[in-house]
Design a protein around this ligand. Structure first.
Ligand code: NDP
Length: 482
């Protein structure tokens, strides 16, 4: 049994209460670690440590901040194998995904924002009469970062890195469901020599730890990634306190396939967009709209490809499709398949848990599932399922598909597949999303603004957007003639 600890004021400590939470591996449903069941007392100590560290950290030169964050990135690379193993064991994602996506991206996040610290600049405005305005961008102080379970270390570092690079001290909470790599990250921070209190990681549940952070008057800003319902609750607590917030929430993303595409290539890309990470990426294209002329041919090709995806032990190097994150989540996703059938949908492939070898029977596995025959307005096509379930819907015209794609409360991402460049731009401009990929999916440049519209979130992360969020601009105005 592995014991995980909080990382507070530079040291690894248990929860004040002495209580812990069992952490299950989705691979076999067995408890493999114990995490601190922290509460507001632990958050208080973490905030005090962060407050004490802030005066020195904010004065640390950008060059030195860059150096230490780069050292953390280097150590992620050194400990890559251990982190990859931990991420797959904790989350159920295949080793191939942890090793090619999650852990390399965590390293890139640290490196990218480390160098950003040295390049971030503010504006100045000179008026006709010679008056000079410059924008002084200050770190906010103590900020909170709360992240979800689907891309654990990837999203944890995506928030922490810019917050620290901009000169803030951080109290962070990973998902209680996937805490392992955040714990290993705290060991890396100690090894890298990050000064005590600059980053504090408090493990525990959302209602006990997350909410204590959101309510804490000394935490001046919250960067949150998670579900829309949680985001609404957090926003309702933060708004009356006038705290800065960045909310990256759920999605119900459209994949739009026009009839001029290369069927084979597009079917491969669309299946990846729907089922990567067992469909547990906020950007996954779970509503696949296909133009009528190619609908049947495209469907046949897609079903063939998806049926061949083999659900396997995530800890095998050849595994490409692992387990869902938890039993409760598996049940939620299965309940949506039942709903889809009740709504008149036809399951084209999948729809149930696969037979797994004896030692994995307690794990949380589900076959990748394609469903057709549903209206765009039914629950299955409106609510976020966040698992390996996608629907196929035919359309005739551009206008019609734009209406379908925009017809949900969400607005995170979309992907468009067509050889017609004019149409691609025309449709992209009309989609109510924060991100639109054309003939590609999850093609990320860390400099671009990342986030959603409508109920998919508030604000943008990435590049300078993240530095702007984690700093407070002050206008300084000087009259040189005085
Ligand atoms: P949740 O909203 O359940 O949880 C996200 C984080 O918030 C967890 O650390 C959780 O803690 C914590 N939390 C829960 N309740 C509270 C609360 N009352 N106050 C403060 N913190 C709280 O999301 P999931 O972890 O289930 O993640 C899946 C969701 O995340 C999906 O909806 C997905 O679309 C979205 N997501 C969005 C992304 C985006 O960039 N837009 C990217 C990735 C995911 P704990 O779980 O430990 O109790």
């Amino acid at each position: 049994m592995i014991t995980l600890y909080n990382y507070i004021n530079g040291t690894l400590v248990s929860a004040r209460s002495g209580e812990s939470i069992s952490n299950v591996s989705p691979r076999d449903g067995k408890v493999f670690s114990l995490i601190p069941d922290s509460d507001h007392h632990d958050v208080e100590v973490a905030v005090e440590a962060a407050q004490a560290a802030f005066p020195t950290w904010k004065k640390t030169s950008a060059e030195d901040r860059c150096k230490i964050l780069t050292r953390i990135a280097d150590l992620i690379a050194v400990h890559q194998e251990k982190l990859v193993h931990a991420e797959s064991l904790d989350n159920g994602k295949p080793l191939s995904v942890s090793s090619h996506v999650d852990i390399p991206r965590a390293e890139s996040n640290m490196r990218f924002f480390a160098s950003g610290a040295q390049h971030f600049a503010s504006e100045s405005h000179v008026m006709e009469n010679g008056t000079v305005n410059y924008t002084y961008r200050k770190p906010i102080g103590v900020v909170g970062c709360i992240s979800p379970w689907n891309l654990p270390l990837y999203l944890f570092t995506w928030k922490i890195a810019p917050a620290l690079a901009a000169g803030n001290c951080v109290v962070a909470k990973p998902s209680e469901i996937t805490p392992y790599t955040a714990f290993l990250f705290s060991e890396i921070c100690i090894e890298a020599g990050l000064p005590a209190g600059v980053l504090n990681i408090v493990h525990g549940t959302g209602p006990k730890v997350g909410e204590a952070m959101v309510n804490h008057p000394a935490i001046k800003a919250i960067s949150f990634t998670g579900g829309t319902a949680t985001g609404k609750r957090i926003a309702s607590i933060l708004a009356p306190q006038f705290k800065k917030m960045s909310l990256e929430l759920g999605g119900k993303n459209a994949t739009i396939v026009f009839e001029d595409v290369d069927l084979e290539k597009t079917a491969s890309a669309v299946s990846r967009a729907a089922f990567a990470n067992q469909g547990q990426i906020c950007l996954c294209g779970s509503r696949i709209f296909v133009q009528r002329g190619i609908y049947e041919a495209f469907k046949r090709m897609l079903v063939e490809k998806v049926s061949k995806m083999k659900v396997m032990d995530p800890m095998l190097p050849e595994s490409k499709f692992g387990a869902l994150v938890s039993e409760a989540h598996l049940e939620k996703v299965l309940s949506y398949i039942t709903t889809a059938k009740e709504e008149g949908g036809t399951v084209l492939c999948g729809g149930q848990s696969p037979e797994m070898p004896e030692e994995l029977r307690g794990g949380f596995y589900l076959l990748p599932t394609l469903i057709e025959g549903l209206s765009p307005s039914c629950r299955t096509n409106q609510e976020e399922i966040f698992g390996p379930v996608a629907t196929l819907i035919p359309f005739d015209t551009e206008e019609e598909v734009i209406q379908y794609a925009n017809g949900t409360v969400y607005g995170l991402a979309a992907s468009l597949w067509t050889k017609d460049v004019s149409r691609a731009h025309r449709v992209a401009h009309q989609l109510e999303t924060g991100i639109c990929w054309i003939n590609t999916w999850l093609n990320r440049d860390l400099r671009t603004p990342f986030g959603g519209v409508k109920q998919s979130g508030l604000g943008r992360e990435g590049g300078w957007e993240a530095f702007r969020f984690f700093t407070e601009p002050q206008n300084i105005c000087i009259d040189p003639s005085h």
